[in-house]
Design a protein around this ligand. Sequence first.
Ligand code: S3P
Ligand code: PEP
Length: 445
Amino acid sequence: MSGSSQHWIASAGAPLRGRVRVPGDKSISHRAVMLGALADGVTRVSGFLEGEDTRATARVFEQLGVLIETPSASERIVHGVGLHGLRAPGAPLDCGNAGTGMRLLAGVLAAQAFDSVLVGDASLSKRPMKRVIEPLERMGALIESHDGLPPLQVRGGRALHGVEYALPVASAQVKSAILLAGLYAQGTTRVVEPHPTRDYTERMLAAFGWPVDFSPGRAQLEGGHRLRATDVDVPADFSSAAFFLVAASVVPGSELCVDAVGMNPRRTGLLRALRAMGADIDVRNEREQGGEGVADLHVRYAPLRGIDVPVELVPDMIDEFPALFVAAACAQGRTVVRGAAELRVKESDRIATMAVGLRALGARIEETPDGAIIEGSTLHGGAVDSHGDHRIAMSLAIAAQRVGGPVRIDDVANVATSFPGFVALARGCGFGLDDAGEPASDQLV
Ligand SMILES: O=C(O)C1=C[C@@H](OP(=O)(O)O)[C@@H](O)[C@H](O)C1
Ligand SMILES: C=C(OP(=O)(O)O)C(=O)O
């Protein structure tokens, strides 16, 4: 996807107003397809994210012999084949741009009777996979890679055994890969994390009837049970809501409500950080949806001030740093981010791409190995590149709402991986944002 010629022209629009509903949670959508496929019975998923990442995961399970129906947009009916019912694929399994897809699938496939190959796009092909290969091999798996990078050749027919594994980095993807392999392992699989991470795999396994013992920072299960199909109602993705929370906080005169957002505490670190910066965000109408807390987030413009982002918040807002960097650039004073080296191995090196992008718009920002120091600045127009990273593209579009002149944002097609419909939703509430689309072939020189 990286290198697409699709670009946006963004500029300050109107104050942001109205109510928006962002698409379904990406993490939960991936897992709903995976567990639905491995369950006995039929799982109906509503609120499924129609993003390229989650569609890639659904296609992979179709290649593995699972029937997945799409009765309407954002709905899937997954005809589970049971834990041992997947079929050998006839071709490599393409995870697209999704680290979550590839890493969790590595855990599932390591335990199958057949060989498989996991591939991804140019960005995913540069992302570290040793972090899943190492613990899975300790469980008895055999996975070949290109020095820790995809493609992954996952060998089948291996008998797995449980392990106790202390994660070197806080990663829900690695934790989940180990737990999914643990479903097939002899004995107990136990994972301990350096900081608690999102617990969707644990919660969803429990909802599918698998006994899991978990609390923040640890999870444990035994092999040898069954998953029983259950319906999954996916809440709106906090990470997608984040762009609107920051945009309305930094555009004077804004007042916006983001409806029915998933509020899992392992996801809402940005809310705590923005409030510490002085943001005016009310959490209203808290309720449950499909076993997850959701709420309507009412946000009004407020002048922000810089903060030292507490290191313990980092895993709870890991995907929200590009947006936080924009809030920091629009704030009064200095914001310091540390303990976030993981940002360097996402869809792009998010510290470097945001530093280059914001600097091109006049921000004063200094990279550090594990974060950045950002001074509140007056932003101006310019040309920036998202490097094919969806969260960078959307964050720079927010920054553009605060500038005098237009901002050209290149390489934005990847936004469809996590947030299809972003441009229309953003324009609908006041963003100045034009989707310039792919140039016609006769315009290409
Ligand atoms: O488990 C998940 O669904 C995810 C975990 C996080 O990755 P890491 O596990 O690499 O931190 C996050 O960045 C990603 O967008 C989704
Ligand atoms: C890092 C992300 O996703 P993934 O790891 O699944 O590619 C993200 O969506 O910001």
